[in-house]
Design a protein around this ligand. Structure first.
Ligand code: 3EB
Length: 343
């Protein structure tokens, strides 16, 4: 990879091939995530790798998502967080269990608030002022407990941690996703930078941080995308995107129509990202996609719709996950502008 490609590279590879990599490859990796059911990830000391209990569709072999970077890397641990960073980028991850709390907060709410507080403490101490992306995964996202859906409990804990650290919960907040796993603790991974990140919103959608209270007592704290300039390249991190227009879920029960609507949302977001002409232009057919599908049998249909919309072949990986509203059957995240090594 040349310098012109920028300092960040995303690589998807099966776990079996990960295990064959040499030390040079490992030393250039910031960290990553490993998806499989049951969860599995090689324990490599000093490499932050999050094992997420999520089935891989099509193929079924465990899938690793690795973020590489050209900088000289240092690694560390702070409490539950494992991280690696260079001079401008940091990848970190942690898993926290849910434990009965001593106050009125629910166990998931406490775990979420604790995790985000720990992340913000780490980022503040290492001078990483912006988060490019959060990935949030936890068990039974749509199940109610303590009188509230678990995704809504998560949103309370997340927002409280932002507020406790004096961070804004509207406007320029990080891109993110939140999906349900089959088992395991609260798993969070994040990519942060010392560069400035611009949060983008989607003209077709109400900003998630302004969702009305019918979706929960606290709005979710994320922006539709984050854009950053690194090493002379403009990169885009698109949050999990679903069949939501305004603030409403569209096409309940129709996975194909939901896929088209989600892609239309991403297309509108790319128009926003391309508007001021700094970097890009980003094109639908050139992004790296990660697609979360609620019902595995919908895979062919979702893939067909995506390829019809954005071109074929697409660089996309497909996972089975519960999406954060019961009516949603698919959620699509994407990124672009960085180097990409795809399977
Ligand atoms: C949505 O648009 C669908 O809570 O971090 C997408 C991306 C969604 C991120 C999050 C939730 C989150 O509301 C769900």
């Amino acid at each position: 990879m040349s310098f012109a490609e920028g300092c960040l590279r995303l690589e998807y590879l099966p776990l079996s091939r990960f295990r064959q990599q040499d030390r040079a490859w490992l030393s250039g990796a910031l960290g990553g995530l490993c998806f499989s059911h049951p969860a599995a990830a090689p324990a490599i000391s000093d490499l932050p790798l999050l094992a997420v209990d999520m089935p891989v569709l099509a193929g079924g072999e465990a899938l690793c998502e690795i973020w590489h970077c050209h900088e000289t890397l240092a690694c560390g641990r702070q409490g539950a967080i494992r991280y690696r960073h260079g001079k401008s980028l940091l990848f970190g991850c942690l898993s926290l269990g849910e434990h009965a709390s001593v106050d009125t907060r629910t166990p998931l709410q406490v775990a979420t608030e604790t995790a985000y507080q720990a992340i913000f403490e780490l980022l503040e101490s290492l001078n990483y002022n912006s988060v490019l992306r959060f990935w949030n995964y936890f068990l039974a996202i749509n199940r109610a407990s303590h009188g509230m859906e678990r995704y809504r409990q998560f949103n309370i804990g997340r927002q409280d941690a932002f507020l406790a650290h004096g961070r804004s919960v509207i406007g320029n907040v990080p891109a993110a996703c939140a999906l349900g796993t089959q088992a395991g603790d609260l798993d969070i991974a994040f990519l942060a930078t010392r560069a400035d990140v611009t949060g983008l919103e989607n003209p077709r959608q109400v900003s998630a941080y302004l969702y009305p209270s019918e979706y929960g007592p606290r709005s979710p704290t994320f922006s539709r995308a984050g854009r950053v300039n690194l090493g002379g390249r403009t990169m885009l991190f698109v949050s999990g995107t679903a069949s939501i227009v305004g603030h409403r879920t569209l096409h309940e029960g129709d996975a194909a129509a939901q896929t088209r609507e989600s892609m239309a949302n991403i297309a509108a977001l790319l128009d926003e990202a391309n508007r001021d002409g700094s970097g890009g232009p980003f094109r639908l057919g050139q992004l790296a996609y990660k697609v979360y599908i609620r019902h595995p049998l919908d895979l062919p249909l979702v893939r067909d719709e995506m390829e019809r919309f954005a071109g074929s072949p697409l660089k996309a990986v497909y996972l089975q996950a519960d999406v954060c509203r019961v009516g949603l059957l698919v959620e699509i995240e994407a990124s672009g502008g960085h180097a990409l090594s795809f399977l």
